[in-house]
Design a protein around this ligand. Structure first.
Ligand SMILES: Nc1nc(=O)n([C@H]2C[C@H](O)[C@@H](COP(=O)(O)O)O2)cc1CO
Ligand SMILES: [Zn+2]
Length: 164
């Protein structure tokens, strides 16, 4: 019997875990997940966007428009921040897989944590000031970033015991 050929590549596997983590997000408009791996391709952390621990989803707004304090923006933790905080301490030379290109705040945390590579799927905020500042910081610090071009657009997961 020959080996399976349609197994996940490492990139698809880690991005799949990032996207699956994003499914935990309660943000009604944008669910972002992140997965951090070390140089041995071991997963050392994962996270998704959401309000800080103890800050209730009932109490804080998920809106995008209105006064600053009426929106989610000052309150929400980004997937990358959560993944870094959820990880082991030393992230030297690690890689972060993330659904959406990191903002300037996350770029600073990524640089300071020692992460050396970012793999992302979407850069839908390309050209915004935050996105430009992020790229300036990452370029200056020598953190590489690459867009993942997946071989397949969907990875299906079934929790049906009969399919294992
Ligand atoms: N890289 C990112 N990681 C993230 O976790 N986020 C989060 C913050 C918000 O909860 C949501 C973006 O909201 P919106 O403006 O697309 O409705 O995604 C946003 C970015 C974008 O830079
Ligand atoms: Zn961010």
């Amino acid at each position: 019997m020959n080996k399976r050929e349609d197994y996940l590549s490492w990139d698809e596997y880690f991005m799949g875990i990032a996207v699956l983590s994003g499914q935990r997000s309660k943000d009604p408009s944008t669910q972002v997940g992140a997965c951090i791996i070390n140089e041995d391709k071991k997963i050392v952390g994962a996270g998704y966007n959401g309000f800080p621990k103890g800050c209730s989803d009932e109490e804080f707004p998920w809106g995008r428009e209105g006064g600053f304090l009426e929106t989610k923006y000052p309150f929400v933790m980004h997937a990358e921040q959560n993944a870094i905080l959820n990880s082991i301490k030393n992230l030297k030379n690690c890689t972060i897989y993330v659904g959406l290109f990191p903002c300037h705040e996350c770029a600073k945390s990524i640089i300071q944590s020692g992460i050396k590579k970012i793999v992302y799927l979407s850069d839908k905020y390309n050209g915004t000031d935050s996105n430009r500042a992020s790229k300036m910081l990452l370029d200056s610090a020598g953190v590489k970033y690459t867009k993942l071009i997946p071989r397949k657009m969907e990875i299906c997961i079934s929790l049906d015991e009969n399919l294992i």
